[in-house]
Design a protein around this ligand. Sequence first.
Ligand code: BGC
Length: 248
Amino acid sequence: MTHALGIDIGGTGIKGAVVDTATGELVSERKKIATPKSGKPGAIVNVVVDLIDQLGGIPASMPVGVCFPAIVRNGVTMSAANISDDWIGLEAEKLFETALGRDIHFVNDADAAGVAEVRYGAAKGVPGLVLLTTLGTGIGSALIYDGTLVPNSELGHLQIGGRDAEKGASFAAKERRRLSWSAWAKRLQRYYSHVELLFSPDLILVGGGVSKSHEKFLPLLKLNAPIIPAELRNNAGILGAAALAVKE
Ligand code: BGC
């Protein structure tokens, strides 16, 4: 039984809990603090330090995983679609390690959620290529082949109709334009058909807060692969970040 701390940094909230990485269960309280308005690195690091204090009793030996909405290569954040530009080119993993005085594992948020669904959720035991997408402020994506993550797929930034797919098809775009479910589903159809043409996944999972209303839009989509709601909801990032922090 390995316990690890998972922290999920999002545009509105920063959440954390201790996870039993064998079972995918939360074994502590789940704490959440609002994301500082500036979205700047220093302010976010301070919140993460507070959050760990609030959780209390996290031993120095416990692995810590942190997920974040940007491309993460070798601990460096390489993009900032919906967060402060100060993250671009930042040694984020090191920044957190210095502030927390311990090693951490830093990973893209959708990649963490995808790993969680494959290990503990809707794609558990599914062989082949699993694609998880998260529909929120942006569109996040994770590609996992036979349990191995291909990181930073960033399929929310595919160009569809001459612009970033997430600008037209994210849940935020639906809200912004007050699209009906069926009008939004048309945009999603175009998006997922394109993704399917490129990758031919065996299973497509749809996460993000709106996935709880999946019956309103998933049945409207016609794809070759099954497209189903993710299961782990708000905990997916925490679970995946914790799981990835444990070195096998
Ligand atoms: C970012 C991704 C992130 C996704 C979901 C996109 O705008 O580029 O890195 O995974 O939003 O948060």
